[in-house]
Write a protein that binds this ligand. Structure first.
Ligand code: GLY
Ligand code: MN
Ligand code: MN
Length: 462
């Protein structure tokens, strides 16, 4: 946990944004894996952690926007708990660690909420994403679980996004630590990627690196020779010479700040000519769109810089044809690049995505497109200093998508389908970095992770 002033300051800033009612933040509960006492790795809710810091279940935080009071609800441990879990600080002591003076037993929470409800005060809460949380909020607030999400507070969502989207120096330093762990994860994967080894051995090793640094992975490791499957969590292949491995993996610190990095490497350490040609296109899309990233620009523009580089490169490679600008405007590049350039990164790998992608990635000036591929941009809006985001272009040869677009006669003026057919065994390439938007431009966070052809090959062969 950070110093208590960090949490007091965050709550005080939230109080400046909302003037009436109360806000309720629940800690995540334990989640049962196969029976109640056998639980998944405990993951605190990111918003509770941001404002109330404590890394344990069994708490609720409440902020009164009119009186300015703050409360922590929770129960002191009983002797049975102490036998199994060891002694723990009291609720009052834990509250003091995050700058809160007022504590109450957890079962008093419902009375406080009912009192606020009967006096007509707004009870602001964020949309839950776990079933247990929907049930708990429903019981506390008098909704059916299925009604809870629809009653979440847009006022609180907007205020939380406004605060959390700008990362301060402490948060940036945490994310950089997470990127530095990812450096070790990715360089280890590069060195291990030899023919005959299984994807599972590499995935298990790099997940172990994240865990051994005291945190976790920021999302289930994506590691596959079938890189054309964008979020492939299956690790059953045995590595073969002549193929590439997409590794999309990051670390989450105990403070819950994340990294999210992708590298694509040749099995055995050397790209062949066909792989190198496509790799250089993705790398140019990544580097040029990073270089253009600056405050005041919309991230959607950066997406189209990447899409244009991909289209130019694929035209030079004979896979696309026609006028590049017209091809991008028509969306022809989405056959090969069917996702957005990136997303916000913070305490969630897709930061705050549970609050609604449109609430985080768009604003009143920037609305989501409806075109296939371009509609999937998680972040389109104007950039501000302090944003941390990912830059992750890719080129994929997805046999089912090539077949579909060809059968439908889509983009016949822009796609050389006969050549695309020959790449159905290619897989995919993605390159992903974590970027801070600064006052004047941008900075790639963390220790540089090899990404030029020469640097990846050198790391892989040593
Ligand atoms: N690792 C998931 C993503 O890159 O968005
Ligand atoms: Mn990723
Ligand atoms: Mn990402």
């Amino acid at each position: 946990m950070f110093a208590k002033e960090v949490y007091s300051d965050r709550r005080n800033r939230l109080k400046k944004e909302i003037k009436s009612g109360i806000a309720l933040f629940l800690a995540n509960q334990e989640a049962a894996m196969n029976y109640a006492a056998n639980t998944y790795h405990y993951r605190q809710d990111s918003h509770f952690s941001y404002f109330f810091g404590l890394p344990h279940p069994g708490f609720a935080g409440l902020i009164d926007f009119e009186s300015g009071e703050e409360f922590l609800f929770g129960n002191d441990l009983e002797i049975d708990d102490i036998i199994w879990m060891g002694p723990q600080p009291s609720v009052a002591e834990q509250a003091a660690q995050v700058g809160i003076q007022k504590t109450m037993a957890y079962d008093k929470l419902i009375e406080s909420l009912q009192k606020a409800g009967t006096t007509g005060r707004d009870i602001h809460f964020l949309p839950p994403y776990r079933g247990e949380m929907m049930i708990e909020l429903g019981q506390l607030l008098g909704y059916k679980p299925s009604e809870v999400k629809a009653n979440a507070s847009l006022t609180l969502i907007k205020a939380v996004v406004k605060l959390k989207e700008i990362k301060d120096a402490l948060e940036i330093s945490e994310i950089e630590k997470a990127v530095d762990i990812a450096w070790l994860m990715h360089t280890t994967a590069m060195k291990m990627a030899k023919p005959g080894i299984t994807e599972q051995q590499i995935a298990g090793t790099i997940e172990g690196i994240a865990l051994s640094h005291g945190g976790s992975v920021s999302f289930p490791v994506i590691l596959s020779m079938d890189g054309q499957i964008l979020h492939n969590h299956s690790h059953h292949n045995i590595l073969e010479l002549g193929r590439m491995l997409v590794v999309d993996a990051g670390a989450e610190l105990s403070s819950l700040y994340d990294s999210d990095i992708t590298r694509t490497l040749p099995v055995g350490g050397k790209f062949n000519a066909r792989q190198k040609e496509i790799y250089e296109i993705v790398l140019k899309a990544n580097m040029d769109s990073i270089a253009a990233t600056r405050p005041g620009a919309e991230y959607r523009e950066m997406h189209f810089i990447a899409a244009t580089r991909i289209t130019e490169g694929l035209k030079a490679a004979g896979l696309m044809k026609g006028n590049v600008e017209d091809a991008v405007a028509a969306g022809a590049h989405t056959l090969f690049f069917p996702h957005g350039l990136g997303h916000m990164l913070g305490m969630d790998v897709h930061d705050m995505e549970g609050l609604g992608e449109n609430n985080v990635g768009y604003d009143e000036h920037t609305t989501r497109a409806s075109q296939f591929g371009t509609a999937y941009l998680r972040l389109g809006k104007k950039l501000r200093p302090g944003y941390v985001l990912t830059n992750e272009p890719g080129i994929y040869f997805i046999p089912a998508l090539i077949d579909k677009f060809r059968a439908e006669g889509q983009f016949m003026d822009f796609i050389n389908y006969d050549k695309a057919e020959k790449y159905k065994d290619f897989g995919g390439i993605r390159i992903e970095d974590d970027i801070l938007v600064t006052e004047t431009g941008q900075r790639v966070l963390g220790k540089p992770i090899p990404k030029s052809v020469a640097d990846v090959e050198e790391t892989a062969c040593n």
